[in-house]
Design a protein around this ligand. Structure first.
Ligand code: 9WN
Length: 431
């Protein structure tokens, strides 16, 4: 804990550390007690940033244990199941994914069959930068480097479905922003079989019903096609290039170049990959009419209409041109986002018809998206934006605790309590 924290901040720091202690399972951290009892991919990365401040020994274990679930083709799954729990501790559990029946999946670990935003290399480098023992941390990076490189190779080969240099997501869950209104249009185009899939399975409230049936339908299609890239490229009905996913990929490609340099590998291919992503993001997802990034639906080759917090993701690109940065900052501070929210950043444009202040990823403020935009703003030397996000995030957790998500107008906490990444990223913010 930093010695410059105030009394209030110290109390907050200790409360966050208690959440991570309570959610620690021995080798990893549950995303939240009860609701998400397994290890989720981008959660795990964010959590390791908090552990680095509190229990550095656990930070490395957390990330390495996530990579136990990596498939032989490099795919890093979005869930690594804790098989000591009852099979029905979470829906959809291992029975839906059937990973162990897949040739590329690990034999001894059960996982999902899709991925999540690749924040891992970015996080691994930050862990190294925070480490007290440089020598041992270099050893950690050396272990992780081939796994991260395989993850990036998988995205570059199996997921460039549009052949335009970006990675496509094949399921809303891969975006991390599950029920974002950005996905409404491609989901609505999906044909559902007459019998709904999702049983009365989840105690949670959002998202449910037909949305959920569509999520499960997409998984069943991917699974029945053996999660094959050829199927995803040619036939899968959901294929979208998302600015947030690709921005984390780009930032991680830069981090991977630096990790390669530190461990004595060749950084050049990773720098080139970052360069290609930079060009492709601008060419394919920048919309000059609205002055921001929007997701591209590869099935009709059109940009999706709704602007979300994900549109600010490309602030993570250190080479984003100044004019684009200015456009994004103007939009972020406008009445469509921070300008009209007491507790920014809402996850959806407040003026969009689909905006819903309590609707999970359809409006509420989340600590993860705030942290990513904060991180990008710092890298671009935007202290006003960075301070706004820092202040808003700290006020939210101070007022409402380490909740899963928050009302963007009055800061009311919603969803799970003691949500791991909310605690972890606050530890990282407090430093
Ligand atoms: C589906 C674990 C995960 C987060 C996602 C969040 C939510 C799962 C769900 O919880 O997704 O993977 O069942 O809704 O949307 O970002 O990683 O915290």
């Amino acid at each position: 804990m930093s010695s410059r924290l105030t009394g209030d901040e110290t109390a907050l720091w200790k409360a966050a550390a208690r959440v991570l202690d309570a959610n620690w399972t021995g080798t990893a951290t549950a995303a939240s007690p009860g609701l998400y009892p397994h290890q989720w991919s981008w959660d795990s990365a964010f959590i390791s940033l908090g552990l680095a401040r509190h229990r550095p020994d656990r930070a490395e274990t957390e990330l390495l244990s996530l990579f136990r679930g990596q498939w032989a083709d490099g795919m890093l799954p979005h869930i690594v199941f804790n098989t000591t729990l009852a099979r029905h501790a979470f829906f959809p559990g291992p029975d839906l994914w059937r990973s162990t029946g897949q040739a590329a999946a690990p034999r001894t670990v059960q996982t999902s069959g899709l991925t999540q935003p690749p924040v891992h290399a970015l996080v691994a480098l930050r862990l190294h930068e925070c480490a007290r023992d440089g020598e041992s941390s270099r050893g950690f990076l050396a272990r992780l480097y081939p796994l991260l490189a395989a993850q990036h190779r998988h995205l570059a080969t199996a997921r460039d479905l549009g052949a335009g240099g970006l990675a496509a997501i094949c399921h809303p869950w891969e975006s991390g922003l599950d029920n974002s209104p950005a996905w409404d249009r491609p989901l609505a185009a999906l044909q559902l079989p007459p019998t709904a899939y999702a049983p009365a399975h989840r105690s949670r409230t959002l998202p449910t019903g037909e949305d959920y049936d569509r999520y499960v339908r997409l998984v069943a299609l991917m699974r029945d096609a053996g999660y094959r890239p050829e199927y995803l490229r040619e036939s899968h009905p959901f294929a979208v290039e998302d600015p947030l996913f690709n921005a984390t990929y780009l930032a991680s490609a830069h981090a991977l170049a630096e990790i390669a340099r530190i461990v004595g590998a060749d950084p050049v291919p990773h720098r080139e990959a970052a360069q290609r992503l930079h060009t492709a993001l601008l060419d394919r997802l920048w919309d000059p009419d609205t002055g921001c990034f929007r997701a591209r639906d590869l099935r009709d080759d059109r940009l999706l209409p709704v602007i979300t917090a994900g549109s600010f993701g490309p602030l993570l690109d250190p080479e984003l041109p100044a004019a684009h940065v200015r456009n994004l900052v103007d939009l972020l501070l406008s009445a469509r986002f921070a300008g009209a929210a007491g507790y920014p950043v809402p996850t959806c444009d407040i003026q969009a018809p689909a905006f819903d202040r309590g609707g999970y990823w359809r409006g509420p403020t989340w600590v993860s998206t705030n942290w990513l935009i904060w991180y990008g703003a710092l890298a671009h030397g935007l202290p006003v934006v960075a301070d706004l996000l820092y202040g808003s995030t700290i006020r939210l957790v101070r007022q409402s605790g380490f909740r899963e998500f928050f009302d963007p107008f009055d800061g009311t906490g919603r969803g799970s309590h003691d949500y791991s990444w909310s605690a972890a990223l606050v530890l990282d913010l407090l430093g």
